[in-house]
Design a protein. Sequence first.
Length: 165
Amino acid sequence: MSNVTFQGAAVPLSGSFPAKGTQATSFSLTAGDLSELTLEALKGKKVILNIFPSIDTSVCAQSVRAFNEKAANQDNTVVLCISADLPFAAGRFCEVEGIEGVQHASTFRSPDFAQAYGVAIAEGALAGLTARAVVCINEEGLITHSELVAEITEEPNYDAALAAL
């Protein structure tokens, strides 16, 4: 179990956060069209998992904008923005913002994702949401970068994620 903070207060997480150099854990999430989206379906591509609590917060929204701008046009790369938000809310946000380069995936049918990736907020007001993290996966399914953001209200290190591609 890890801890991060939210506005300075400790937030316990459950699960084990994946380390660089390890094999990415398989997952099944809900895509924008309500279909199943699996890690296996992305094999052969570089994948950035931009994991965050909710698109309805300013920092989470900014991370989606930033990855759309900085990484979405990279060759053979998929940016997957993952939160507990329903696909409809994420789709509406991307439509209003004119964001076309990232894909959203929801954990609402797959709470085991947060546990498997060590980002499950275990208790408190944010229980059931995910902590902020970035995991980069290469074409063979190996993790090339992993960052569990220490303070949920802060943005991830975009440059480190991009360098891992």
